[in-house]
Design a protein around this ligand. Structure first.
Ligand code: AMP
Ligand code: GLY
Length: 418
């Protein structure tokens, strides 16, 4: 069996690691991959957003399956284009990936089907958006660019001046390009934030174990929003009772809504939740595995990943039983100084071979420079460990972090502490 994985970050490394442990012993190809992925898969230099290039690679190499992991190729219709050529692919089609691709769409869907989420209004005109913010006069105000924005399109404004700047940046200066043609302005929710990923075959939906992400750059949730500075699983707040409420009020209704809208979802739906005093509410949907949640969730999966992937594609999720280990898992992200704004690349990474065997280092932004592994992105590595308890997993992961070094490396010291 030959599998092509599209993408080249920590999430894709975690997906490939899990695939490499399958009883089917697949031959793995990754486009474009990174220096860590190269130890498990052949990396081919085709960009994840080069849909024609991905289709051609899948055809040339006669792969049995393409796993499309990142958001942008999904939104560009990678799965549709692959299926048109008769190639099996894991991930939602474009018309279902829109739950992540347009916040205006997903908010409208939730309103129509009474799925709990923050109250909101959508605007295509900056003056109207600002007039609305003034009339509400309630802060923090949450301002979101409609489309994809590398995880940076959400601004929590503390006062009118910040809100005005956000609306001007997004809608007039188009700092996120076309993603800023519309904005969603919504109510600020408070509570614990939990990420729940779920496998969905179009009809049946099976939630995975819960996780928590750490979006801010620095300890104590200070600094800018990032792609995620660390994650752990499970979340202590996602109790059985909360999980049942979430399934009944959010997860099942979302999948049913997409069926009714003629957009059946096959792949992984990511539910970003706020556990408010009025119950769980949706902050966002993603149409894929989360990063870095995947690095903390997939190591706990016991069932063969390829059996699940096939069940999702074939609409047979109701026929398999998905099992998880009781261990907790934690992933600490090591980032380049200056991330998420400006940072240097090409720093030599040292100490990777001193990491103990029971800790796994997922590569996010790395590449080879001769025989050296060097940094090539903002988020560089995800140091991951499992343990009987979250405390034990964190202890192991942080001990391994101490062995690794590169110039201007930084990381949060409070992953899993809240
Ligand atoms: P998103 O890109 O939609 O996940 O938003 C990024 C982060 O902004 C989320 O992880 C939350 O921490 C925060 N956020 C988004 N929407 C809200 C909201 N309505 N209320 C409070 N915080 C929010
Ligand atoms: N960890 C958040 C995301 O993947 O969007």
């Amino acid at each position: 069996m030959k599998i092509l994985v599209v993408g080249g970050g920590g999430r894709e490394h975690a997906i490939i690691k899990k695939l490499s442990e399958s009883k089917y012993h697949p031959e793995l190809i990754c486009a474009p991959g990174n220096a860590g992925i190269a130890s498990l898969a052949e990396c081919v230099n085709v960009k994840a957003t080069d849909i024609q290039g991905i289709v051609s690679l899948a055809q040339e190499r006669k792969v049995d399956l393409v796993f499309v992991a990142p958001d942008d190729p999904l939104m560009l219709g990678a799965v549709d284009r692959l299926n048109e050529r008769g190639i099996r692919a894991f991930g939602p089609k474009q018309n279902a990936a829109i739950i992540e691709g347009s916040k205006a769409f997903s908010k409208e869907l939730m309103k129509k089907y009474s799925i709990p989420t923050a109250d909101y209004e959508t605007f295509s005109d900056a003056d109207e958006a600002l007039a609305y913010i003034r009339s509400k006069n309630s802060y923090p105000a949450v301002i979101k660019a409609d489309g994809l924005a590398l995880g940076k399109g959400v601004i929590i404004a503390q006062d009118y001046a910040e809100a005005e700047k956000a609306v001007n940046d997004i809608m007039r200066d188009k700092v996120f390009g076309e993603s800023g043609n519309k904005v969603v302005i919504e109510e600020f929710l408070t509570g614990h934030e939990v990420s729940v990923l779920a496998f969905c075959d179009g009809q049946t939906v099976v939630p995975m174990v819960s996780a928590q992400d750490h979006k801010r750059a620095f300890d104590g949730d200070k600094g800018l929003n990032t792609g995620g500075m660390g994650a752990f699983s499970p979340s202590r707040y996602y109790t059985e009772d909360v999980a049942k409420q979430t399934y009944d009020r959010i997860i099942r209704p979302t999948v049913d809504a997409l069926i009714k809208e003629g957009r059946p979802f096959k792949g992984v739906i990511y539910f970003g939740l706020m556990l408010t005093k009025d119950g769980p509410k949706v902050i966002e949907y993603n149409a894929r595995f989360g990063d870095p949640e995947t690095q903390a969730v997939l190591p706990r999966l016991k069932t063969d990943f390829i059996d699940i992937i096939n069940a999702v594609i074939d609409g047979a999720l109701d026929k398999i039983n998905i099992e998880w280990s009781d261990d907790a898992a934690a992933c600490i992200v090591l980032a380049s100084g200056g991330y998420p704004v400006a940072y240097e690349k090409g720093k030599k990474i040292e100490g990777l071979s001193s990491v103990p065997k029971d800790v796994y280092v997922y590569h996010a932004g790395t590449k080879f420079d001769g025989d050296d592994v060097v940094t090539s992105g903002g988020r560089v590595l995800g140091v991951t460990a499992k343990g009987e308890t979250l405390e034990k997993a964190l202890e192991k992961a942080y001990a391994a972090v101490g062995k690794i070094h590169f110039d201007k490396m930084f990381y949060r010291r409070d992953i899993g502490k809240k």
